[in-house]
Design a binder for this molecule. Structure first.
Ligand code: GLU
Length: 355
């Protein structure tokens, strides 16, 4: 007891002495100011190879045994994917790759594909089209909501809910659905800088069970919002969701946005620079389903997740982050994916809203 008291007194003197040295009031030493100081220090620290590697390793070690969440099972094949897969890849705009874990393990891209098809539509038809025809607002309702369409006068609200994504697919310029699929796939290959594989098992599993998406496409068609046959567009959409990606692929795809639309590995421009902030804005608004606000609040970054367990986060001008880990939280976002990406963004002082 005595020792404890002595320890406390000692501690109090140290705190008092520090305050005197700092010349500040006790209030000034509290939370927000300290956080601010730390953020500034972090932002000023250069993003060196050593720092990136250290933080990446920390994130991996910290979350590799996190067993939270559960694989998606409403698409049966997704329940079969190994829940232990955990890969993290960071790619800088000059094409340097930092990665750890199962960075070659592939999962179906699912909802993350919506980003690339929306990017293709904005590239072909411009920003007014995307905003007016599809929308750029959050729905506040689940990603596959039919009610959201009815509540908003037949508008899908944004290209990252299923309605808006199927709509985007339908508006990709092509003479038929075969060519439309080819263009969508080629576009994703360009972002990844390689030919991505197609996951037949996931496709077969979903295409026989996508009645709700078919219903959404028909409803949008009834409102005159589809650019091509609704059921054909739903099939192409299901195909785009069944493309395989690894954390490595997602890292490069993210870095293409971070690098203002030029793939840093191949050097190919895949999106006009002026459209990059538009797509990132929609990712910030609606990328992580109904939890997009919390994610933005935490990290300040545009991101997109998919029910296959992938997550893509972008620090504009600085970093593309790809994480793969199939178990999802109740919103449909990868548990370890979010934790690892948020940790890395925080520890490297990369929150874009704090720059
Ligand atoms: N293909 C999935 C669906 O339409 C994508 C869902 C997602 O990743 O959010 O349900």
């Amino acid at each position: 007891m005595k020792r404890t008291n002595g320890f406390r007194t000692g501690l109090l003197s140290i705190v008092a002495a520090s305050l005197l040295i700092l010349g500040s009031s006790p209030l000034a030493a509290k939370g927000p100011l300290q956080t601010q100081t730390q953020q500034t220090t972090l932002q000023k620290a250069p993003l060196t190879q050593t720092r990136i590697e250290a933080v990446l390793k920390e994130a991996y070690e910290k979350f590799k045994n996190d067993n939270g969440g559960k694989n998606a099972d409403y698409i049966k094949a997704l329940a079969e994917v190994d829940p232990k897969i955990f890969g993290i890849t960071l790619v800088t705009p000059d094409g340097k790759v930092y990665e750890i874990g199962d960075t070659d393990a592939q999962v179906s891209i699912q909802s993350i594909s919506k980003v690339f098809t929306a990017a293709l539509v904005i590239q072909e038809r411009g920003e007014t089209f995307l905003q007016e025809k599809i929308g750029v607002n959050a729905t506040g309702l689940p990603f596959n909501s039919i009610m959201a369409i009815e509540l908003h006068n037949g508008s899908a609200s944004n290209p990252f809910v299923n309605a808006g994504a199927i709509q985007s697919t339908s508006w990709v310029k092509a003479k038929d659905s075969k060519e439309r699929w080819f263009k969508i796939k080629q576009n994703m290959n360009d972002y990844a800088g390689k030919k991505l594989a197609f996951n037949e098992v996931v496709y077969e599993s979903e295409v026989n069970d996508n009645k709700r998406n078919q219903a959404i496409s028909k409803l949008l068609d009834a409102y005159g919002r589809m650019g091509s046959d609704p059921l054909e567009a739903t099939t192409v959409y299901t195909k785009q969701c069944s493309v395989n990606v690894s954390s490595h692929d997602l890292g490069v795809m993210g870095a293409t946005f971070a690098n203002h639309g030029v793939n840093p590995v191949t050097g190919k421009r895949v999106l006009d620079r002026k459209y990059v902030p538009k797509i990132l804005a929609v990712m910030a608004t609606a990328g992580l389903y109904d939890n997009a606000g919390d994610w933005l609040y935490l990290t300040g970054t545009p991101a997109k997740s998919g029910v296959g367990g992938g997550i893509l986060a972008i620090v504009p001008g600085k970093l593309g982050i790809g994480v793969v880990s199939p178990p999802l939280d109740k919103y449909g976002n990868s548990v370890r994916g979010q934790k690892a990406a948020a940790y890395i963004i925080d520890k490297l002082g990369l929150n874009p809203l704090a720059q």
